[in-house]
Design a protein around this ligand. Sequence first.
Ligand SMILES: Nc1ncnc2c1ncn2[C@@H]1O[C@H](COP(=O)(O)OP(=O)(O)OP(=O)(O)O)[C@@H](O)[C@H]1O
Ligand SMILES: [Mg+2]
Length: 207
Amino acid sequence: MAFPRNTYDGKLIVIEGIDGAGLSTQTAAVKEALEHEGYKVCKTKEPTDGPAGAVIRLALTHRISLTAHSFALLFAADRMDHLHNEVVPELEKGTTVICDRYFFSNMAYQGTELDRAWIKELNRDCLLPDATFFLDVDPFVSEDRRSVRHRTEYFEKRETLARIRKEFIDVFEEFETRHDARIRTIRGDKAIMDVTREIVNDVSQLL
Ligand SMILES: Nc1ncnc2c1ncn2[C@@H]1O[C@H](COP(=O)(O)OP(=O)(O)OP(=O)(O)O)[C@@H](O)[C@H]1O
Ligand SMILES: [Mg+2]
């Protein structure tokens, strides 16, 4: 299976990790830092605010119940719409797109319950990112960070997150070896600024 390569003018940068790893913080900080250097950048996230994303959100907040299969299918549907409606049009304009979560999350989260090969198949027509950053944190760290919040989302149990973290490591190894993907693992327990600097230094080599 060969995931399509990005042949557009803009680069697709993905930030991944377990809940509370600092994905949203870094997506915003990296965008700001790259803009400061004069690049045209937009940030976006999955699940999106589109129709499939809205259903996913209902399930993440326990208002409806979905099976692991339905989750995987909805995430893939949401991603196809996201690429078609938002990501590709920006890449065509030459904009650098920074995406908070992508199909690696799909494979790591649903991969704890389902056959990963099937999830990969669902995502086979999705662009391979130009660079992916895995913010690796201990589930204890992410739990501490999240303890200030009130809601607990569907996947946010420490033992579950520990399994998902292992799954991420496995998925990234597979994408590096079999799909020649550019993956960088960064310790997410460092100071916010230091994490941002590491990502920006690496992305700068691509732009
Ligand atoms: N490197 C860091 N060191 C200390 N705290 C951090 C760091 N990065 C993020 N945080 C804090 O941890 C909390 C979670 O960060 P953030 O919302 O960016 O995580 P996330 O990965 O997007 O989480 P979610 O899965 O809920 O979307 C926030 O309060 C943020 O300020
Ligand atoms: Mg977030």
